[in-house]
Design a protein around this ligand. Sequence first.
Ligand code: FAD
Length: 411
Amino acid sequence: MSIESRIVIIGAGHAGGALAAQLREYGHRGPLCVIGDEAHLPYQRPPLSKAVLKGAATIDSLSLKNAGYYQEHDIEVRTGQTVAAIDRDTRHVTLAGGEALPYDYLVLATGARPRQLAVPGAGLDNILALRGIEDAQRLKEALQPGRRLAIVGGGYIGLEVAASARALGLEVTVIEREARLLARVASAPLAEFFERLHQQQGVQIIRNACLSHFEGDTCVTAVHLEDGQRIDCDVALVGVGALPRDELARAAGLHCENGVVVDGDARTSDPAIFAIGDMSWRPLPVYGERMFRLESVPNATEQARQVACAIVGKPRPAAEVPWFWSDQYEVKLQIAGIPFDADRQVVRGDPAQGKFAVYHLRGERVVAVEAASSPLDFIAGKQFILSQAAVSLEKLADMSIKAKEAALVVA
Ligand code: FAD
């Protein structure tokens, strides 16, 4: 570790951009180069499915920092350039154009790419995915009032786009393979709440739906399901998850599982290389030895902080509670923790009122909370997860008692 070290960051996204700023903030003053294959300075992706589609945010407003900031802090950001290979023996990366750049520490922050569908017709025009600014611009252009949008995948991106498209006056159908929406990422009560909300807003939802093929000459005109249903559309969005962009790391022989395996400092199996953000497979000390791949802004910034600390020699940041948010219509969803080993749930508040929380517990300990337009539950739940305090399930469910007062006092 050294504040003079030469650092190369591959990926000028949320994690890479946050790390560059964090390093300078922590006193790193060696050469710092961020290489990104997109044409943009590091930017925020969350508004792409929300404010940008609705026309409430401009592309310029998405940048994490402006060009002047990088100049002032002597951070070289190379946009529009792809790293093609890593040579761990000589500690160089090679750009697609052949240029080689040396490093003392290398940070992989290459994110994830949308999973593609391998069904007939998937290559037709107007079948879109959403990851970057250009995708959002294409989608926005296609989302004209009165058009019919078919969304394949009832996850967060699909549902956020559904909400934005309804606001723009499109007819929207969400096609979900599983028995419920948000099957991998939310509890049944929360999924039911969002299903009702979208239906009230005029979205048609088809669950247990197996995609057969897309129909169209050049442009998509319909989605066909295996049970024979046909959904006519002018535009289709495929939002069926994302895969870690870990191919550089694999080619360089780094240990990879579901993403690049890292430790609590975000260090890979090579001590000179770190990996952060959507492409890393990481531990979360609040959940013991288990490993996770998280796709969220707080995860990207937290791992950026871990690397900055490790490189400049600061103590590792305190264990964090992972969290995530999603905005759909007027509902602000905030989720803290991951309910992988929960054995009971407590619903606090009334989903019909649009403001409630689902607490997930293992015994008397809260392991996760899903809070729909209920920020106090989000805060209380996060605190319970961190403190591992035992709570009273009855008090938690009782709206006349503040959530934070549900902790059991140990005599
Ligand atoms: P990215 O931000 O994707 O950055 C990776 C960068 O590396 C990309 O620019 C990529 O092109 C580049 N790259 C890859 N390979 C190379 C290479 N070989 N050479 C050079 N550059 C390369 N999270 C939330 O918490 N809340 C939300 O509401 C939310 N909404 C979202 C909405 C959308 C539409 C999307 C797409 C994501 C959303 N997310 C949300 C997730 C969040 O944006 C990601 O978790 C976050 O961007 C991850 O940061 P990252 O740096 O790991 O990846």
